[in-house]
Structures are given as structure tokens and as C-alpha cells.
Design a protein around this ligand. Structure first.
Ligand code: SF4
Ligand code: SF4
Ligand code: FES
Length: 238
């Protein structure tokens, strides 16, 4: 193991540049540990975002040697075999400063894809019971653990080419709700995801599915949405 790491870190806004630092190598060191070392010992003005450090909050995602990852769950030994690291903000999102991105558009797209649950029952009625083994519940469960980290979104070429594309996370959210039998907003949601910026824009090459740290497959949900949207169009319901 080398005794130090050569680390290039993005500094500034969209038009910033990489700055080089030397960071001591440690046992079981994560990329987030490296960023934290720089901020605490080398340059306290470095901006970045994290919270849980254990892969639960999704706030620490950055681009590490060209690939979007959770930095708290990425060991340096896995990504810097030659002792070099390049750490940049997530792609496809505006840079606030250094490694911190503005996630507003990412979450606005969840809303545009009708990612909000709207129940069919009131609080005065019995809870709906959903069979955990039913096809719809199994399909919803496959995508429900998304924590909104943006790794898939930053890895999606179509978002880069067509900034209006809702992207894998918003479409995955829509798919979980399409399969939620308690939800009352189904037609409106299908119309929202079937437009030019919706599911049909996805080219199905699967970078989102390959990179999602939660092993979610947005590509599968998007394929499901395409099928439902095509069926609804044939019935004249879109
Ligand atoms: S689908 Fe996966 S990669 Fe995308 S935001 Fe959710 S947890 Fe992150
Ligand atoms: S499969 Fe679709 S949503 Fe996923 S990265 Fe490719 S274009 Fe984006
Ligand atoms: S800090 Fe919460 S997922 Fe990395």
C-alpha cells in the first residue's frame, strides 16, 4: 500500500478546475474520508455534502475517477489501485460549489412525473390491505428502496443530451406508484411519464441499473411504463 494518495478535487462552480492535494493513505479509508481529510487539514473552504456515512441518506454521491458513486461506501482500495483519485461533483446537475450539486431539478422531476402518493381512502376508513405476494406489490417493492442519491441520474446519457428527460429515478418512483393499488392518480401519472420527456426517451442501455448502489433496476420499471403507456395510447386513454 502506498503511504499517500494523489487526489485531484474539483474546486469552484461549473467553470471551476481540478486542484491537487496529497492525502495520507489509511487502512479501510473511504473516498469520503479522503474528502473530509482535505477539508479538515488542507483547505477548510472545500464544500461537499454528506450525512449518515453508512449508505442510508444518499447525500454523499460524487464522481470518483469518472464514475458516480456513494463516497461513504466506496473504499479507496477499490478505486485507486495506482494511488490516484479524481473527485468531481455529480454530472447532469448544476454545481453549487466544489463537490456540492444543486438537486432541485432532480427532485422537481419526481414531482413532474407525479411521484406523490394520493390515497383512495380517507383517514376515517380502514387501512387498505395489500397482499405482499401480489404481482403489483412485488413490482412496487423492487423500486421502493430508492434513497434519491442521484447516482443513476448522473450516469444517464439521455439526461445529458435532453435535459428535460425525467430520468431514471423519477421514472422508477412513478413505476412504484403505478404498482401501488392504493393510489388514485394513475391516469394523470401515466400521462405525465408518457410524454416526450418521459419513458420513451430512455434508450435502455442500463447505466442507471448498472450503477445504482441499491441494486434497483430503473430500466425494468421504465420498460413497464413504456408498455402501459403504449396500451393506454392504443385504447385512446392518453
Ligand atoms: S434508483 Fe438507485 S441510484 Fe437512482 S437515486 Fe435511487 S438509489 Fe440512487
Ligand atoms: S437505461 Fe434509460 S434511464 Fe437508464 S441510464 Fe440509460 S437512458 Fe438513462
Ligand atoms: S453519507 Fe449517507 S449515503 Fe453516504
Amino acid at each position: 500500500m502506498t503511504t499517500s494518495l494523489k487526489v485531484k478535487v474539483w474546486r469552484g462552480k461549473q467553470d471551476g478546475a481540478f486542484v491537487s492535494y496529497e492525502v495520507p493513505r489509511r487502512e479501510s479509508q473511504t473516498v469520503l474520508d479522503v474528502v473530509t481529510y482535505i477539508q479538515r487539514h488542507l483547505d477548510s473552504t472545500l464544500s461537499y455534502r454528506f450525512s449518515c456515512r453508512v449508505g442510508m441518506c444518499g447525500s454523499c454521491a460524487m464522481t470518483v475517477n469518472g464514475v458516480a458513486r456513494w463516497t461513504c461506501r466506496t473504499h479507496v482500495s477499490k478505486v485507486a489501485s495506482n494511488g490516484e483519485l479524481e473527485i468531481a461533483p455529480l454530472s447532469n446537475l448544476p454545481v453549487v460549489k466544489d463537490l456540492a450539486t444543486d438537486m432541485s431539478e432532480f427532485f422537481d422531476k419526481w414531482a413532474r412525473g407525479k411521484g406523490q402518493f394520493k390515497g383512495t381512502r380517507t383517514r376515517h376508513e380502514e387501512f387498505a390491505s395489500v397482499d405482499p405476494a401480489s404481482k403489483a406489490r412485488v413490482a412496487a417493492s423492487a423500486g421502493i428502496e430508492c434513497i434519491g442519491c442521484g447516482v443513476c441520474y448522473a450516469s444517464c446519457d439521455v439526461v445529458t443530451w435532453r435535459p428535460a428527460f425525467l430520468g431514471p429515478a423519477a421514472l422508477n418512483r412513478a413505476w412504484t406508484l403505478v404498482n401501488d393499488v392504493r393510489d388514485a392518480n394513475q391516469e394523470e401519472r401515466l400521462r405525465a411519464v408518457a410524454g416526450d420527456s418521459g419513458c420513451h426517451a430512455c434508450h435502455t442501455q442500463g447505466s442507471c441499473t448498472q450503477r445504482c448502489p441499491k441494486q434497483i433496476a430503473p430500466t425494468a420499471g421504465i420498460a413497464g411504463l413504456k408498455l402501459l403507456a403504449a396500451r393506454a395510447a392504443l385504447r385512446g386513454k392518453l
